[in-house]
Design a protein around this ligand. Structure first.
Ligand SMILES: NC(=O)C1=CN([C@@H]2O[C@H](COP(=O)(O)OP(=O)(O)OC[C@H]3O[C@@H](n4cnc5c(N)ncnc54)[C@H](OP(=O)(O)O)[C@@H]3O)[C@@H](O)[C@H]2O)C=CC1
Ligand SMILES: Cc1cn([C@H]2C[C@H](O)[C@@H](COP(=O)(O)OP(=O)(O)O[C@H]3O[C@@H](C)C(=O)[C@@H](O)[C@H]3O)O2)c(=O)[nH]c1=O
Ligand SMILES: [Mg+2]
Length: 285
């Protein structure tokens, strides 16, 4: 897509956007530091893009607990400044949010208008970003996704490949359930949405998009090991047996029917995405 500006360069989603839209401009930290909201707005004003996707975020969930000021600047204040700069130029803005805006109670998949209740700083700052973007008043879309994995960056698949090769036995939480989502599918969905928004100024809003089917982290680990030909024993544990600085939601299931209805985008099959990512890791190793 001509004129697309992406915030983020080295991250999982940014790398997949670059692969699918090689003509896009990507801004890393040197071009735009998200701890500086006004700098992000100025970067948009100077670049005069046709559309903006924000693929940068403070994603270190545990570290955010003790680094809340930086997390808020990156996850809320800078996306808000980006949304205002896009509104001023009259161009579409797409931002990405998370299942961690929810409290994880119950077992039903959550729709976009379900009550939020973040359990930690990461989720709270992402939720604040959503609200500020809505208030900026331009043509915006926020896509909430979950459990992102790809060949790039830090993610659960790559952690499991490392630990599974080192250890005979792993204890993995089995009471957190959600949809693992290949970053490549998020990139494709984001480009579809931005294209539709450019064609129709009435398009936009809040959308859920996650891989299917929903699964526990323990069962996701088992699937990774089965496909990768590793055979550590995976022991189910409750979240209470895996203490971390940030609390995480137990129920991360996202109801993704709205994005299917409005944009024709179906939930991606994470097993297929996992097979692709393992193949990519093998050929680049
Ligand atoms: N990862 C996941 O499991 C999930 C992610 N999401 C959301 O999806 C989106 C994409 O996430 P993902 O690609 O996985 O994230 P990554 O952690 O892979 O990448 C984050 C990117 O943000 C950049 N970044 C962080 N801080 C700054 C800063 N101060 N200035 C400029 N750039 C900065 C990083 O740059 P650098 O490499 O230099 O640090 C990196 O390129 C985010 O909005 C995230 O909240 C939603 C659900 C799940
Ligand atoms: C490494 C390991 C993790 N776990 C657990 C911890 C955690 O509950 C779960 C997943 O670990 P992670 O470190 O990938 O979790 P985390 O970094 O919290 O993942 C989240 O990142 C943010 C950015 C999001 O937006 C979320 O959608 C989600 O993907 O697995 C084990 O139970 N055993 C282990 O050996
Ligand atoms: Mg993590």
């Amino acid at each position: 897509m001509n004129g697309l500006l992406v915030f983020g360069q080295s991250g999982q989603l940014a790398r997949e956007l670059a692969a699918l839209a090689p003509e896009a401009r990507l801004f890393g930290r040197t071009e735009a530091d998200l701890t500086n909201p006004e700098g992000c707005a100025a970067a948009i004003a100077a670049a005069r893009p046709a559309a903006v996707v924000n693929a940068a975020a403070y994603t270190a969930v545990d570290r955010a607990e003790t680094d809340a000021d930086a997390a808020r600047l990156v996850n809320a204040d800078s996306p808000a400044a980006m949304a205002r700069a896009c509104a001023a130029l009259g161009i579409p803005f797409l931002h990405v949010s998370t299942d961690y805006v929810f409290d994880g109670s119950g077992e039903a998949p959550r729709a976009e208008d379900a009550p939020t209740g973040p359990l930690g700083v990461y989720g709270a700052t992402k939720l604040a970003g959503e609200a500020a973007i809505r208030e900026a008043g331009g043509q915006w879309a926020v896509m909430r996704t979950s459990w992102v994995f790809s060949r790039h960056g830090a993610n659960f698949v790559k952690t499991m490949l490392r630990l599974g090769a080192e250890r005979d036995r792993l204890t993995i939480v089995a009471d957190q359930v959600g949809g693992p989502t290949p970053a490549a599918d998020i990139a494709a969905a984001a480009l579809t949405m931005i294209g539709a928004m450019r064609n129709d100024a009435s398009k936009g809003g809040l959308y859920h998009f996650a891989g299917a089917p929903d699964v526990s982290w323990a069962d996701f680990a088992r699937a990774i090991f089965a496909r990768a030909g590793l055979s550590p024993e995976v022991v189910d544990i409750p979240t209470s047996a895996y203490p971390t600085p940030a609390r995480r939601p137990l129920n991360s299931r996202l109801d993704c029917s709205r994005i299917a209805q409005d944009f024709g985008i179906a939930r991606p099959d994470w097993q297929a995405g996992l097979a692709r990512v393992l193949q990519e890791l093998e050929t680049t190793a």
